[in-house]
Design a protein around this ligand. Structure first.
Ligand code: SF4
Length: 337
């Protein structure tokens, strides 16, 4: 099987391409990260070398399977990975300079949040660093320079932390500032502590959604192994070490987690943390249920009322714009495997 080069940093490329000189590794890195898909096009390499590389290596291991574009400018790509498993990755655009890639770290997801299509698929496998980086490269093929990254696509990123770290190291090598990278977790306490200790620096978001223990256990089963107090301690530890504001995300589910008791629990979870709360009205996915009843989107008045309750309790709120609904590319709607 040919080795895939897309996930390697220049120093790693140099090692694998030995005895080629270091400058060749740098040239090849620049071609790959610039978007070149095969060795033939690497015009500053001698022809025999291009051929030799093509016999031993692959630039990318994933193949584009489908591409959908929404009228709001959101783009969703479906990629087929080695072994035939499929994943999805999304590009969000604000119509100006800001282009954000939403990358996946797993095919399917073991966390099983009941409001998420990926969770309903179950878990297939972790992605390699190369497969994470390739999502970025395929999106870049379509839209040119990408300014921001959110690791919020399919999967729980902190269950695949080592490969994610490798991918992030490569993004750093490309000059993408850590301030422009957000990793969102459903709540892996050990992973948060690991990030606090070993980095890399990035923006951290916790998908909290419910801060009442029994409700969160039912909505996000990961709470059974990562109880809320443990999670909160991990966040405090993270802030002590990293001195950085975190985001608490709350997916708003119509009639389920938007009451006064929910707001009170959320406020009490946030107390003592330097946090902003990001409210995300649930994006519909057919067939998903909670306690036997189909989930529903929250109404605009319900969202506003919940935001008001939180603000009255002193919390800073941001609201997420809904994008990609027309192509099932919005938060919680990714689902190819
Ligand atoms: S919300 Fe995230 S962590 Fe939860 S099931 Fe979906 S992909 Fe997994």
């Amino acid at each position: 099987m040919k080795t895939v080069l897309s996930g390697l940093k220049p120093a790693e490329l140099e090692k694998i391409l030995n005895p080629l000189p270091a400058y060749r590794a740098k040239q090849i890195f620049a071609w790959i990260q610039g978007g070149t898909k095969n060795f033939e096009e690497m015009s500053n390499l001698p022809l025999p070398l291009r051929r030799e590389l093509g016999e031993k290596f692959l630039v990318r291991g994933s193949v584009l399977a489908d591409c959908l574009e929404d009228s709001d400018g959101t783009m969703k790509l479906q990629l087929e990975l080695t072994g035939g498993v499929k994943i999805e990755t999304v590009l969000l655009s604000d119509g100006n300079e800001r282009k954000t890639a939403c990358l996946s770290t797993q095919a399917g997801c073991p966390a099983g949040c009941v409001f998420c299509k990926t969770g309903a698929l179950g878990f297939r496998r972790n992605l390699s660093a190369a497969e994470i980086v390739e999502q970025f490269l395929f999106l870049q093929d379509y839209c040119g320079a990408i300014s921001n990254l959110v690791i919020m696509g399919m999967g729980e990123p902190l269950y695949n932390l080592e490969e994610l770290r490798r991918a992030l190291a490569l993004f750093k090598e490309r000059g993408i500032s850590p301030r422009r990278i957000t990793v969102s977790t459903s709540g892996v306490a050990e992973g948060i502590r690991d990030l606090a200790d070993k980095g890399p620096p990035l923006r951290l978001a916790l998908s909290l959604t419910a801060a009442l223990t029994e409700k969160r256990k039912a909505l996000m089963p990961i709470t059974k192994t990562n109880p809320l107090p443990l999670l909160r301690e991990a966040l405090l530890y993270y802030q002590e070490k990293r001195r950085q504001r975190i985001t608490l995300e709350a997916v708003l589910l119509g009639g389920i987690n938007t009451g006064e008791a929910d707001a009170e629990a959320l406020a009490s979870f946030a107390r003592g943390l330097d946090a902003v709360v990001n409210l995300i009205p649930w994006n519909p996915v057919e067939g998903l249920k909670f306690q036997g009843r189909p989930l529903r989107e929250p109404g605009a008045a319900e969202c506003r009322a919940f935001a008001d309750m939180l603000e009255r309790k002193g919390l800073s709120i941001t609201r997420r714009y809904r994008k990609g609904l027309g192509i099932c590319g919005a938060c919680g709607q990714l689902g190819a495997v």
